[in-house]
Unconditional design. Structure first.
Length: 518
């Protein structure tokens, strides 16, 4: 699992370690994975003279904790952290040492410290899940920062009996003392939100707001936000990017083949490139931020962020993008993460050999159906319109698969289950109004995106689709406030369109500044 080249790379990374670390391995030698696990930890420990392995025989156990300078860090792994979770292990050690670009700043530290505790968290993951590491790494940081919070990472494939007992049908799944508190993708900001909602927090009432002043504040770090930030910085302006995550929704796209001049890339690669490009300029990036509200009534606009931060500027560019659109039908919310999913790449493996449905006949829906057909016994595609909207080449591929069945003019009216998991989807034929029930075990919703405009609902004009209307220069109806990308009413929600709109918004804001309008 750890070859010579990878071990050397880790040695180079760990050359900066200052603390001393122990991998405290408790294991039952009779476990089928003991040999592989032990070998993995021995090789990992060999990457630094500051890391040692301590093995203790323990009946029925197969886990290790990370100790720093003889003290528990609060992080434990049950399962070999390979695959996508190898990075989580690397960062756990680096973060414990006070290193790593993902460490929280003062505002986030303030929120973590305010959490009510103690909290004991367990996250079930799949090593093939691309969303799991973000959640794992976020919770590891919280455990490192807060002395009364612990976090255990469990490889669901290695502890299948627990997965079955909990009836998990999606990862990552985060439990606190046996109660599910989070399911699906998330970053530090969203995971912290969930913990605050579940356990409450006691902020320091005496703490003063942290106020930042800029020429331009860009809200959102996806294609539009990144372009707006770069174009603004190139004009010599003082720029801040305030975002939940750099890359935004793009990070969930596996393959991108229509970004002109880039024949093929992935969402993760493109998001990393956005970050690298912005790093070439004096742009201040505030990631893992959640916008609470805004005040655009004065010339100096204000953006209020959860945790007591306030960003002010004469120009604000909103590029918050969009999130998965939900069906809004009976039963959907009840079975979220228990049969209703939005990411086929992450949760599809749970449905190997089972019957599933994909809701949506656009590119994302048909791509999902094609991917799931390689795992599932049968895939039913349900499209509301009378024709599919996906590219012809994708339609032809889907129709060529024996275990894919496609129905158009089909409206999902309810998601049904047995109280623990999905068992049935109810569908109405829009041409006859006849309803029928389809028995299945999983539903993947791929019906497009909903604009992330909630924080601006009281301060900006929105259209009937909750989008921000903009003119040809990305100006909103409020002077000094601009918007770009999927959050606006601009047609064609495409990465390349969003990039162009972000550049346009920045240029418009600069032009208004030069003319003395803002």
């Amino acid at each position: 699992m750890l070859d010579t080249a990878l071990i050397q790379q880790v040695k180079d990374i760990f050359a900066v370690l200052e603390g001393t670390y122990v991998l405290d391995f408790h294991a039952d030698e009779r476990h089928s994975a003991y040999g592989e696990f032990s070998d993995f930890l021995q090789k990992f420990a060999s990457t630094s003279e500051r890391i040692t392995l301590k093995t203790t025989a323990a009946e029925g156990r197969l886990d290790f904790s990370i100790l720093k300078d003889g003290k528990e860090t609060g992080i434990r792994f049950r399962g070999i952290p390979g695959g996508h979770e190898f990075t989580s292990l690397l960062l756990a050690v680096l973060n414990a040492d006070g290193k790593g670009k993902n460490l929280p700043d003062a505002a986030l530290l303030r929120r973590i410290a305010a959490l009510n505790s103690p909290i004991h968290l367990t996250t079930y993951v799949s090593l093939s899940c691309t969303n799991c590491p973000d959640v794992v790494q976020a919770l590891n940081i919280i455990a490192l920062v807060h002395p009364d919070i612990t976090h255990e990472v469990v490889d669901g494939a290695l502890f299948q009996d627990e997965v079955d007992a909990l009836r998990l049908q999606g990862v990552p799944a985060v439990f606190a003392d046996g109660k599910l508190v989070h399911s699906g993708r998330g970053e530090l900001a969203s995971v912290l939100d969930k913990l605050e909602e579940t356990f409450g927090s006691v902020p320091d009432a005496s703490a003063e707001p942290i106020v930042y002043d800029y020429d331009v504040v860009v809200v959102g770090g996806g294609p539009a936000g990144s372009a707006a930030a770069v174009y603004s910085a190139r004009k010599g302006l003082k720029v801040a990017v305030v975002a939940e995550r750099i890359g935004g929704q793009v990070k969930e796209t596996v393959g991108i083949e229509n970004l002109i001049s880039v024949p093929h890339t992935t969402g993760a690669e493109l998001a990393a490139n956005f970050a690298r490009h912005m790093a070439d300029y004096p742009i201040d990036i505030y990631e893992n931020r959640r916008i609470e509200n805004t005040d655009f009534s004065d010339k100096k606009k204000q953006v209020f962020v959860k945790g007591g931060e306030v960003f002010t500027a004469p120009a604000v560019i909103i590029a918050t993008g969009a999130g998965w659109r939900k069906l809004g039908v009976e039963g959907e919310a009840d079975y979220m993460g228990r049969g209703v999913h939005f990411c086929p790449h992450c949760d599809g493996p749970f449905y190997k050999g089972k019957r599933v449905a994909v809701i949506g006949g656009g590119n994302s829906g048909i791509e999902a159906a094609i991917d799931l057909a390689g795992l599932c016994s049968h895939v039913t595609v349900l499209e509301f319109a009378d024709t599919l909207r996906a590219d012809t080449v994708l339609q032809e591929k889907a129709r060529s698969l024996d275990n894919v069945e496609i129905f158009t003019s089909s409206q999902t009216t309810a998601v049904l289950g047995n109280g623990e998991k999905v068992t049935t989807i109810r569908v109405k034929d829009r041409t006859t109004d006849a309803e029928r029930d389809i028995e299945l075990e999983g539903i993947f919703v791929q019906i497009g995106l909903s604009p992330n405009t909630q924080p601006f609902a009281e301060t900006l004009e929105l259209n009937g689709r909750r989008e921000i209307p903009v003119d040809n220069f990305c100006r909103t109806a409020t002077q000094g406030v601009y918007a770009a990308g999927d959050v606006t009413d601009v047609p064609y929600k495409q990465i390349v369109v969003a990039i162009g709109e972000g550049a346009k918004a920045a240029l418009a804001a600069f032009d208004d500044r030069v003319r003395g309008i803002i």
